[in-house]
Design a protein. Structure first.
Length: 472
């Protein structure tokens, strides 16, 4: 059901686009036809008016030149020759008495009169303006110099003879254009929404099969939908990398927790079986130590997750980094003395930056612990700093075993421990926590190392002056 819903959504979107395109396209074609029809009808009407005005002027000139007889002869001649059979001509004198009337033949109808005294039926003619002429009848009038009134009119059926083919042509051609346009719209909509369909298909494949390697087929282009498909693939790649990292982290956590939990259980069983109070207290102390190790691992995992999500709370204040580094060296002095490792503090005070002192103390402690852990007896660790206007750079340089080139990018991953570090006590979260805290401060951390020659860890922090309470 869930996989069918996206398919229906895409189909609905495609249908809506087709409908809207059809409405807009049909409306546009109809508007163009209406405009052309109105312009053509107006042109025909102006032409009719000009023809009537011209004919009225011609008849008026004939009447003024030759009088009633000349006008009557002209009208009769034109009617007989069929030149102007559709014209209506009417001449009335000053008392509105019709002296001349010429009516088109189609306006005259005949009907039988009643039987007269002679017993014969007679036909009587009546003039009736046709219905179409009643609706559309053009008439031009002019008052003549002698007081007579001349009128010339005509039916507008000739307009219909012009406009009807236009309408028929539009219905034929317009219908074909609309069908072609709708087909083109459907093709363009399908082509345009193909990236969306590919995204839906890929998402459905991932949901149904769990295949995190599925990707949206991308096309060459710079449009928004193509960019959306590319960004969707980027999100899928990041999600797949995150899932892989989570799986690796869970495997490492399970592996690293197995030993302390097994030891805890063994110690608890020994304490329960034994009757010596001193041995029981020692077992309980060992249990507390192992529990603290497990809690340390879980706290580190939570801190890294919090920092990577941008939710780590930071209490930034102007802090002397030289003092923090001095405190850290003092904390690890006993370990350095036991391993006969020289720790040199070359950070000049004051070396200030707006940082969270507690969090940055964790960074320095992890880096120094890491340097001491992988430096052989008789080696040295040197800590230096360089302060500039925009940033502060702290460097931890040791003469330890170094890091192989193929592992240098992996040491920042959660719970990653190289083969040679398995013999050292730890959970593999120190450097990932260092990276998370430094980046939460807006800085960066890097490593440069050669096997057998030692490693150089560099922490760069921005010289921000504002006080912030969160990582963001």
């Amino acid at each position: 059901m869930s996989s069918a819903r996206p398919k229906r959504a895409v189909s609905a979107a495609s249908t809506r686009l087709n409908v809207w395109y059809a409405v807009v396209f049909t409306t546009g074609v109809g508007a163009l036809f209406a405009l052309a029809y109105i312009l053509l009808a107006g042109l025909v009407e102006r032409t009719d008016r000009e023809v009537l005005e011209s004919k009225l002027g011609e008849y008026a000139a004939i009447y003024q030149a030759g009088g009633f007889r000349a006008l009557e002869a002209t009208v009769r001649r034109e009617d007989e020759t069929g030149q102007e059979k559709s014209l209506f001509v009417r001449l009335a004198d000053g008392r509105n008495t019709v002296t001349l009337a010429k009516v088109p033949d189609e306006w005259i109808t005949f009907q039988n009169a009643e039987t007269g005294l002679s017993g014969l039926r007679r036909q009587m003619g009546t003039i009736r303006i046709p219905r179409d002429a009643e609706r559309e009848f053009a008439l031009a009038s002019r008052e003549l110099p002698d007081g007579s009134f001349l009128q010339v009119g005509r039916s507008t059926r000739n307009r219909e003879a012009i406009l009807r083919p236009f309408r028929q042509t539009f219905l034929a051609m317009g219908g074909a254009v609309i069908i072609l346009g709708l087909g083109t719209a459907a093709w363009l909509t399908r082509r345009t929404l193909r990236p969306v369909h590919d995204v839906v298909t890929t998402a459905r494949t991932i949901i149904e099969t769990g295949d995190l390697d599925a990707r949206v087929p991308t096309q060459v282009g710079t449009d928004d939908l193509t960019e959306m498909a590319e960004l969707f693939n980027t999100v899928l790649e990041k999600n797949a990398a995150l899932v892989r990292a989570m799986r690796e982290s869970l495997d490492n956590v399970a592996h690293d927790l197995r030993t302390p939990l097994t030891r805890l259980r063994g110690l608890a069983e020994m304490a329960l079986q034994g009757e010596d109070a001193a041995a029981q207290r020692e077992a309980l102390a060992d249990c507390a130590e192992e529990s603290e190790r497990v809690l340390e691992m879980l706290r580190a995992v939570m801190d890294v997750t919090e920092a990577e999500a941008g939710m780590m709370m930071l209490d930034r204040r102007p802090t002397d980094l030289a003092r923090l580094i001095g405190d850290t060296i003092e904390l690890y002095a006993l370990i350095a003395e036991e391993k006969q490792i020289t720790v040199r503090n070359e950070v000049a005070s004051p070396c200030e930056a707006n940082v969270d002192a507690t969090r940055l103390r964790q960074v320095f402690a992890n880096l120094l612990d890491n340097a001491l852990k992988y430096t052989d007896s008789g080696g040295s660790v040197t800590i230096s700093a360089e302060q500039a206007a925009a940033e502060v750079t702290i460097t931890f340089r040791d003469t330890g075993t170094g890091i192989p080139p193929d592992e240098q990018a992996k040491i920042w991953s959660r719970l990653y421990r190289s083969d040679h570090s398995r013999s050292q006590r730890g959970v593999g979260l120190g450097l990932s926590l260092v990276k998370a805290i430094v980046e939460a401060h807006g800085g960066m951390v890097a490593v440069s190392s050669k096997p057998g020659e030692g490693s150089v860890f560099t922490v760069t922090l921005p010289q921000t002056r504002s006080v912030s309470t969160t990582a963001g």
